[in-house]
Design a protein around this ligand. Structure first.
Ligand SMILES: *[C@@H]1O[C@H](CO)[C@@H](O)[C@H](O)[C@H]1NC(C)=O
Ligand SMILES: *[C@@H]1O[C@H](CO)[C@@H](O)[C@H](O)[C@H]1NC(C)=O
Ligand SMILES: *[C@@H]1O[C@H](CO)[C@@H](O)[C@H](O)[C@H]1NC(C)=O
Ligand SMILES: *[C@@H]1O[C@H](CO)[C@@H](O)[C@H](O)[C@H]1NC(C)=O
Ligand SMILES: *[C@@H]1O[C@H](CO)[C@@H](O)[C@H](O)[C@H]1NC(C)=O
Ligand SMILES: *[C@@H]1O[C@H](CO)[C@@H](O)[C@H](O)[C@H]1NC(C)=O
Ligand SMILES: *[C@@H]1O[C@H](CO)[C@@H](O)[C@H](O)[C@H]1NC(C)=O
Ligand SMILES: *[C@@H]1O[C@H](CO)[C@@H](O)[C@H](O)[C@H]1NC(C)=O
Ligand SMILES: *[C@@H]1O[C@H](CO)[C@@H](O)[C@H](O)[C@H]1NC(C)=O
Ligand SMILES: *[C@@H]1O[C@H](CO)[C@@H](O)[C@H](O)[C@H]1NC(C)=O
Ligand SMILES: *[C@@H]1O[C@H](CO)[C@@H](O)[C@H](O)[C@H]1NC(C)=O
Ligand SMILES: *[C@@H]1O[C@H](CO)[C@@H](O)[C@H](O)[C@H]1NC(C)=O
Ligand SMILES: [Cu+2]
Length: 577
């Protein structure tokens, strides 16, 4: 990827030129319909001197940008031309009464089979900023991902300085081998999966890896301008720190919600999160080249890919590129790999803008409270086999000790047509089955149970959910993603959540509003949301290895009384299992 500016649509310019006067048209413009075709197809890619046939959308890696304005309808025809089953998730899109278009396989739809297609049809309502789309079955999202760019409505502007240019920066994780083989082997042996070989920026690992310097993303900038970097973490299993040498950025938006701007030199971005930052370039032509780098934050125990991906921030000097390539390179400083204190400080800086135009509608009274433990555990090794998980067991992961088993048909279909037939149960525990010192010495039986358990919520229920990390196999940060909703992070802390004292410090004024948030390593997070969207909504850790081990569950939100509060019937091309 070399050209990186957003395509400028003719329709973006709303100016009339006449008699030397320029008018800005003050008219209301209804949303338009944007059509896309995503062909899931094979594509040969070489990175780190390894050539792999990857799964791609339209032979592009990373995949194409999906660009829309707030209020637009988006129609994406997904055609499966590969041998794997696939589905695509529009990560962070609210999908108000369009739950059939959400995409997680076996939750809202059966996957699209080879040779079949499915047309996703949804509107973008009340959101503007950056999100991402990605495959939502097994580990296919390792190569099937791309940006969703939501521009403000046509007659509206950003609540911050209009940038000179807008640049998506999408982080990924590259494997020299087929990631499907990696997760299949791990699930079979019960051990941890082999780690990735590189992180990538816009699909390119950069010059810090062997056999990779030609695969370096270069962002060419002019002095004295403002650039909106649309940061997206599409990495499979790793939260990432990010920093640009000698530059401070201003964070203005997270998960397609405006926030109170704040300046920072170093960022953290978890898989599934998106963060828009303004980069103001230096007012002069600096005699240097600046690296932008990302490498993981890791709080758990075990082996990870701790390598560093780099891209180049290059000022367009007048000199030829051959002489400018001799400029000294400056590298940023990143927090230590286990900098949990930095992460807590950084995440607490995110506050809703909470202006008259963009209020923070935090639920003030709560109908239902839930307390979920999240973390790793283990399962006994089946007889006559040897397992490579902790102490010869199999790795597992759970919420409230339930490791979620994927059904073989979609829950939303079973629910909508009243044909449960044992596909799922509705008894997901509201509290941990066995209270213990969650962040202390774990109990001696860490076996988890399993099941396809869900929670049923009445329409417009206000929910408070406290998620508590456990130290059963080591405390670890888990970025939890909720489909179908944004939630407000009203509190977070370390140690065990204290239901008597911690709520006193909850923020109901300007808490961050997101769709993905880290449960701190050895700590807890309290979120609130309004269940105003009928359907079946997946909630899971966005580290795919933990999702694969069962750190996932689903909420079923019932229809409301009004016609526009009901989930309509599915489109006729909804895939069958
Ligand atoms: C990828 O490379 C293999 C081996 O060279 C070749 O057989 C295959 O046709 C290529 N696939 C695509 C999609 O280019
Ligand atoms: C998308 O959904 C809208 C609203 O239900 C419907 O009017 C339209 O026909 C659909 N378009 C396609 C291509 O399915
Ligand atoms: C970059 O930052 C380093 C360390 O703060 C400083 O010594 C150096 O002068 C800076 N260089 C430029 C070109 O800004
Ligand atoms: C990354 O991991 C390797 C192997 O465990 C280790 O040798 C190296 O010191 C680590 N690097 C960093 C920067 O932590
Ligand atoms: C810029 O850096 C190059 C390479 O380090 C050096 O040769 C040149 O003299 C520098 N120019 C200025 C104006 O500092
Ligand atoms: C991070 O790792 C370093 C080196 O292993 C260790 O000395 C330090 O105590 C760790 N810090 C935290 C917060 O765990
Ligand atoms: C976090 O913020 C607190 C309060 O501002 C500060 O005392 C502490 O040093 C910070 N910790 C880290 C790791 O940045
Ligand atoms: C397990 O191993 C024993 C002894 O090797 C054998 O008799 C038994 O049939 C095996 N059971 C299974 C289920 O493979
Ligand atoms: C594994 O076994 C050792 C020794 O029996 C024990 O100390 C340790 O806690 C066990 N670890 C786990 C994860 O169960
Ligand atoms: C839980 O365990 C931690 C770490 O061992 C300890 O500091 C704390 O006092 C324990 N809490 C309770 C309530 O026992
Ligand atoms: C496990 O814990 C229970 C309750 O603390 C205790 O009674 C039991 O002896 C322990 N078992 C082992 C094998 O440590
Ligand atoms: C779920 O647990 C039951 C009983 O513990 C076990 O028989 C079954 O194989 C498990 N299913 C899965 C998919 O792990
Ligand atoms: Cu996790």
């Amino acid at each position: 990827m070399t050209t990186s500016q957003l395509p400028l649509f003719p329709s973006m310019v709303v100016l009339l030129f006449g008699f030397g006067v320029v008018f800005l048209m003050p008219v209301f413009v209804a949303g338009v319909t944007r059509h896309y075709t995503f062909n899931i197809m094979y594509h040969n890619v070489t990175r780190l001197c390894h050539t792999r046939t990857i799964l791609s959308v339209n032979g592009q890696f990373p995949g194409p940008r999906l660009v829309a304005r707030e209020g637009d309808r988006v129609i994406v025809k997904v055609v499966n031309q590969v041998s794997n089953n696939v589905s695509i998730h529009w990560h962070g899109v609210r999908q108000l009464t369009s739950g059939w278009a959400d995409g997680p396989a076996y939750i809202t739809q059966c996957p699209i089979q080879t040779g079949q297609s499915y047309t996703y049809n949804f509107t973008i309502t009340g959101q503007r900023g950056t999100l991402l789309w990605h495959a939502h079955i097994s580990w296919l999202r390792s190569t099937i991902y791309g940006p969703i760019i939501i521009l403000p409505k046509r007659n509206q502007s950003y609540p911050f300085q209009k940038p000179h240019k807008e640049i998506p920066i999408i982080f990924g994780e590259w494997f020299n081998v087929d990631p499907e083989a990696v997760i299949q082997q791990a699930l079979q042996t019960g051990g941890g999966p082999n780690v990735s070989d590189a992180y990538t920026i816009n699909g390119l690992p950069g010059p810090l890896y062997n056999c990779s310097s030609k695969d370096t993303y270069k962002l060419r900038v002019k002095p004295g301008k403002s650039y909106l970097l649309r940061l997206i973490n599409a990495a499979l299993n790793d939260e990432l720190f990010f920093s640009i040498a000698n530059h401070t950025v201003t964070v203005v938006e997270a998960d397609a919600v405006y926030i109170k701007p704040f300046d920072t030199d170093q960022l953290l971005i978890a898989p599934g999160q998106t963060t828009n930052v303004l980069l103001r370039t230096k007012s002069y032509l600096p005699n240097a080249t600046f690296f932008m780098e990302a490498r993981p934050y890791f709080s758990g125990v075990g082996t990870i890919d701790n390598s560093t991906t780099a891209a180049i921030l290059h000022y367009n000097n007048h000199s030829s590129s051959s002489s400018s390539s001799k400029l000294p390179v400056l590298r940023p400083t990143l927090p230590p790999i286990n900098a949990t204190g930095f992460v807590a400080n950084f995440t607490s800086k995110f506050r809703s803008l909470n202006s008259v135009k963009y209020p923070a509608n935090v639920p003030k009274t709560i109908d239902r409270k839930f307390f979920f433990t999240v973390g790793l555990g283990s399962n006994p090794c089946p007889k006559n086999t040897t397992c490579q998980g902790p102490n010869g067991t199999k790795f597992s992961a759970s919420i409230n000790n339930v490791s979620f088993v994927m059904p073989s048909t979609a829950i939303l279909q079973a629910y909508f047509f009243g044909q449960n037939n044992g596909v799922y149960t509705t008894d997901f525990p509201v509290n941990p089955p066995l209270p213990f010192n969650y962040t202390g010495t774990p109990p001696n039986n860490t076996n988890v149970s399993n099941g396809t358990k869900t929670v049923i919520l009445g329409f417009n229920t206000t929910v408070e959910l406290v998620m508590q990390d456990t130290s059963i196999l080591g405390a670890e940060s888990h970025p939890l993603h909720l489909h179908g909703f944004n939630f407000f992070i009203v509190g977070q802390g370390f140690g065990n959540y204290d239901p008597n004292n911690d709520p006193k410090n909850f923020n109901f004024v300007d808490p961050a509003e997101r769709n993905t948030a880290g449960v701190p390593a050895g700590g807890w997070i309290a979120i609130r949301f309004l269940a105003d969207n009928p359907g079946v909504w997946f909630m899971h850790c966005h580290l795919d290895v933990h999702t694969s081990w069962g750190l996932r569950m689903a909420w079923i939100v019932l229809d409301g009384p009004q016609p526009n509060q009901k989930l309509p019937p599915p489109p006729s091309d909804l895939p069958k299992c």
